[in-house]
Ligand binder design. Sequence first.
Ligand code: HEM
Length: 476
Amino acid sequence: MAIDLALAGYEPILAPSVPPPEQPLSRLEVLRALRTNVLTAYAADAYRRLSSVGPFFGRRSLLTSDPEAIQHVLVSNPTNYTRTPATFRILRPVIGDGLLLSDGEDWRFQRRTLAPAFTPRAMSIVARVSAEQAAAKLAELQVAAGDGGRVDLLRHMQSLSLEIAARTLFSTTMDQRAGQLRQILERYSRWLGRPYPLDILLPPSWPSPADLARRVYGRRWLHFIAAMVEQRARMAREPDARDLFDLLTEAREAGSGRQFTFAELRDQFATMILAGHETTALTMTWALVLLAQAPAVQEAVAAEAAAVLPAGRPDGDIVKAMPLTQAVVMETLRLFPPAFLIIRAAKAADQVQGIRLQAGDLVSIVPWILHRHEAHWQAPGRFDPRRFLPGAPAPKKGTYLPFGAGPRTCIGAQFALTEAVVVLGELCRHFRLSLDPADEIRPVAVVTTHPDPPPLFTLTPRRQPVAVPPADASAA
Ligand code: HEM
C-alpha cells in the first residue's frame, strides 16, 4: 500500500535503448555487429514477430520470442540442446569443466553438489558480506562525492561485486589482487571473450588464432584462481564464519558421496567469478542509471532502505523485506538483461512449435528482444518497477528470462538479487544520485549488456535522514 502511494504520481520514464535497423543487416554487417554491438544486429521486425528462421554462416538459425517454443527448448526438451561450438571455444579455456559448460551425468553431479551452497540459508552469507562491503564502498564514495567530481559508478560496482564474490567464496580480500584480476578480466572481455569471425566460420575441431591466445590466457587465469583456492585452504578460520569454500569442500553428491577434486573446485570458482561478478555489477549500474533518471522511484527506494537496513545485519530474507528494491532490480533485468543472448545448438532433429529443426541448427533466445517485445509487454521501453511488485500479475512463462529457464537456469540468481538489493538500498539511502540529462547512455552488448560510455554520476550525500514510510511499507 505504502509503495503504491509513494509511486502514485510516477510517470514511467523511457529507458535508454538502441534504435533497431529497419531492414535486416548483410552478413558482413552482422559479423561486425557481433564484435561491436549485437543489439544493432536485430531488425525492428524482431520485436514484433514471434519466430523466424534464417541462415547463419552455414547453419540454420531459429530466432524465437515465442514463449511456447522457449519453454520447449529450455524446459521440456533441454537434453536435446547444447551450447554452441563458439561458446565452447570462447569459454572453455577460462572456466574449464565447471558447471556452465558441463553436460549429461557430469553436469547433474555438479549441479546437485553445488546446490546446498545456493540455498536461501546460504544467502545469509551473501547478505552479510554485501552489507559489509557496501559500507566500505560508501566510505570511498563519500570521499569521491566530497571532491565534487562526477563518479564512474560502473567501475565502483565492478570492484565492489568482485570483492563481494571473493569474500563470499573464499573469505579472502581482493585488496592485493584486485588490480591484477581486473586487468586479466578486462583483456578477456575486450578481446578474447568476443567472437571473431573465424570462431564462427571454422569447423569446431580447427583452432582459430584467437583460440591459441585464449589457451595462453586461460592457463594464467586458472593458475590465479588455483592460487586463491590454495591460499584459502591454508587459512585458519573462525568456526562460525563460514563461506562458500566451506560449503563446497564439504559438499558431497547425495547418494554417491562423491566430492569435488581440486581441479573441479578451481573450475567452479573460476565459473562463479566469471559468470557472477560482471553480470551483477552491470545490473546494479543499470539500476542506478534508471533510478537517477526516475527520482520519484529513487526516493521510494531510499525510504524503503532507511526503514529496513539499519535494523541490523541483513540475512537471506533481505530480498523479501525490500519488495520495491527487488522490483527495481527485476525491472532493470527486464530492460537490460546482462545475459542478452541464450543460444543453443540442436543435438538431434526436433519439432518446435511447428518448425522442423535438424541436428546442428541453432536456436537463439534473446532476452533483450523478448523483454522489449510488443506481444509480451505493455509500454515495453518504459521503466516501471510496479510490474514486479507483490500483487502484480506474474509475467507469462517464457517471456521473462534474465536468468534463463529450465534445469540450466542460473544457479546464482538469488545470490545476485541479494547482493543487488543490499547494495542499491545502501547507496540510495546515503546518496541522492543524478546524471547530466545531456549525457547519452547507449546500451552495448558483446559479452554482456553494458552502458557505453560508462555513465558519470553526481552523488549528493543525504544530510537529512530519508523519510521513513509507515510500518506497513512491505505490504504493497
Ligand atoms: C544479475 C546477475 C546474473 C545474471 C543476469 C545471470 C544470468 C544467467 C543466465 C541467463 C544463465 C543461463 C544461461 C543459459 O541457459 O545458457 C546463467 C547460468 C549460470 N549462472 Fe548466472 N547470472 C547472474 C549471476 C550469477 C551469479 C552471481 C553466479 C554465481 C555466483 C552465477 C553463476 C551461473 C552458473 C554457474 C550458471 C550455469 C548453470 C548451469 O548451466 O547449470 N550467475 N546465468
